[in-house]
Design a protein around this ligand. Structure first.
Ligand SMILES: NC(=O)c1ccc[n+]([C@@H]2O[C@H](COP(=O)([O-])OP(=O)(O)OC[C@H]3O[C@@H](n4cnc5c(N)ncnc54)[C@H](OP(=O)(O)O)[C@@H]3O)[C@@H](O)[C@H]2O)c1
Length: 258
């Protein structure tokens, strides 16, 4: 199947892809877009019902695998399920993340553990578990980072620190494993449910703070917009190691307004 991605014709026919964090938001949109472009896609997250909905929407080329990345053995089992279902792996996308809204002065050890295990350690463990398949395919991995690394929002400092760790992890994998391409994807504000769990009163206070320091200056994009760029990256013959989607969205808007 061939898909037109922003004027580019893209086919992922024959490709075997794992997207971790695909029960909602960007991961979900990317799984649907990759399946439309002809790939076979395994999707992982904790909420099996959501994964099954995504698979139902996509048709026959998407397989749900329940996985909590904070549980090391679950990361191993995802790799095994992918091997059984897809018979190998060309592409891994790590879209999983949580973002507790909490000031650093109030961030306790449990919150730090939850953030780091989900956003950083899980990425390392899923990559380790799938590495043999990725190496044998000469594959590629995308780690979804955030514009928050360069500009941490007050109240999201621990999240930003976990993403900074993820960026260094990306560079460290590159240094150790030359057979696989490891790409850092900088994602800017995107309209997903990532903030759904925030305390509304604290969120209102933080939004006022962010507004007062000029941090609400970036127009959000839709998850489907990000998914299109991810599919283009998946299809690229020589995928870039750096994919700055924030810069791309800003440039696109400037181009269309002037
Ligand atoms: N939205 C934005 O404005 C924005 C900006 C910059 C960067 N990003 C990055 O983009 C990526 C996607 O975020 P999103 O906005 O699409 O958010 P989202 O809709 O909340 O998606 C996050 C995904 O992570 C999964 N997840 C969370 N904890 C998990 C765990 N312990 N084990 C396995 N899966 C887990 C969630 O599924 P379950 O809950 O079912 O497990 C969900 O599928 C993230 O890396 C985020 O940091 C987003």
């Amino acid at each position: 199947m061939i898909m037109n991605v922003g004027g580019h014709v893209v086919s992922l026919e024959g490709r075997r892809i794992l997207i971790v964090g695909a029960s909602s938001g960007i991961g979900r949109a990317t799984a649907l877009a990759a399946a439309r472009a002809g790939a076979r896609v395994a999707i992982a997250a904790r909420r099996l019902d959501r994964l099954q909905q995504v698979a139902g929407e996509a048709g026959e080329a998407v397989w749900p695998v329940q996985c909590d990345v904070r549980v090391p053995v679950a990361c191993e089992l995802v790799a095994r399920a992918v091997e059984q279902q897809l018979g190998g792996l060309d592409t891994l996308v790590y879209a999983t993340a949580i973002n507790h809204l909490v000031l650093l002065a109030e961030t306790d050890i449990d919150t730090w553990r939850d953030l780091l295990e989900t956003n950083l350690v899980g990425a390392a463990l899923v990559t380790r578990a799938t590495l043999p398949a990725l190496v044998s395919a000469g594959g590629r991995v995308a780690f979804l980072s955030s514009d928050s690394v360069a500009r941490p929002f007050p109240g999201l400092g621990a999240y930003a620190a976990s993403k900074a760790g993820l960026e260094t992890l990306t560079a460290a994998w590159r240094a150790e494993v030359s057979e696989v391409t490891f790409t850092r994807v900088v994602v800017g504000p995107t309209l997903t449910g990532m903030a759904d769990g925030w305390d509304p009163d604290l969120a209102a206070t933080m939004f006022e703070w962010w507004h007062s320091i000029g941090y609400l200056d970036r127009e959000p994009v839709e998850p489907e917009w990000v998914a299109q760029r991810m599919v283009r990256w998946m299809a690229a013959e020589d995928p870039p190691e750096e994919l700055d989607l924030l810069a791309e969205s800003i440039a696109e808007r400037r181009g269309s307004s002037g």
